[in-house]
Design a protein around this ligand. Structure first.
Ligand SMILES: Nc1ncnc2c1ncn2[C@@H]1O[C@H](COP(=O)(O)OP(=O)(O)OP(=O)(O)O)[C@@H](O)[C@H]1O
Length: 244
């Protein structure tokens, strides 16, 4: 591959936002959660979204994922203007194009790991097999276990397998290691990195933890609803090299 081609691929834009603004109204009180966000997310990259509590990280990711809508400004997913999408367009966008991973795993307790993943693959257009998704997060030995028989880190890896099994274009992760100790958190981050490398799924990862920024291609810092800085890592760290 020549350098120009590599460059084009590296900068294929998946999301772009312009003057993205979100105001929550609670009675007479208004909270300005996002105050004019301009940014891009590129295909296949890992972006870590850093910022203090209340800086707007979840709001931004929820809007990118079609879980919430902007008050003003624009957000495009590829050529689709999400700000003008209908409810049914947003539903199929969420179902087909986006995988979500949250701090809490939200697995169904009465279903095995394999069945928790299969629920999603049954409604997807181009899914992988549940077994394949679970192997990707190194859980092939635990497929027939129920959530209660799995550790927190293993449950989070099932949640990652469930999110990627539909072959989404982008994986949005809101504090995926927030409930885990650092050793387990690193195993979960290794699973996310492996998914990114194996499938090329663009990954946006929210965290408070500056150290986790080391594994990103780019780090976008938010402060008080605005972008405080965008930094590129010349050399990415492996999760197992990180310590906190
Ligand atoms: N549904 C809502 N209704 C009202 N205010 C909200 C709502 N969601 C978020 N906010 C407010 O918007 C601001 C940004 O919140 P957001 O959750 O996006 O921040 P965050 O950076 O993700 O914080 P944390 O790291 O604590 O999760 C905060 O002041 C928050 O209280």
């Amino acid at each position: 591959m020549n350098a120009n081609v590599a460059n084009t691929i590296a900068h294929e834009t998946i999301f772009s936002t312009r003057n993205l603004t979100k105001t929550y109204k609670m009675g007479v009180v208004e909270v300005q959660a996002l105050r004019g966000i301009d940014m891009e997310i590129y295909a296949s990259e890992i972006v870590v979204l850093l910022g203090a509590s209340g800086s707007g990280k979840s709001t931004l990711v929820n809007i990118l994922g079609g879980l919430d809508t902007a008050t003003a400004g624009q957000v495009h997913y590829r050529k689709v203007n999400l700000t003008e999408a209908s409810e049914s367009e947003l539903t199929s966008y969420r179902r087909l194009s986006v995988g979500f991973v949250f701090q809490f795993y939200n697995l169904i307790p009465s279903l095995t790991a394999r069945e928790n993943v299969a629920i999603v693959t049954e409604i997807a257009e181009h899914p992988m097999k549940p077994e394949e998704a679970l192997a990707l997060v190194d859980l092939e030995e635990r497929m027939d276990h129920f959530p209660a028989q799995l550790s927190g880190g293993e449950q989070q890896r099932v949640a990652i397998a469930r999110a990627v099994a539909k072959n989404p274009d982008v994986l949005l992760c809101d504090e995926p290691t927030g409930a885990l100790d650092s050793k387990t958190g690193i195993i979960v981050l290794k699973a996310l990195q492996k998914v990114n490398q194996s499938l090329g799924t663009a990954t946006v990862l929210i965290t408070h933890n500056v150290v986790i920024g080391g594994m990103a291609d780019r780090i976008i810092s938010l402060h008080d609803g605005k972008i405080a800085g965008i930094r590129e890592n010349k050399v990415k760290r492996l999760p197992e090299e990180m310590e906190w």
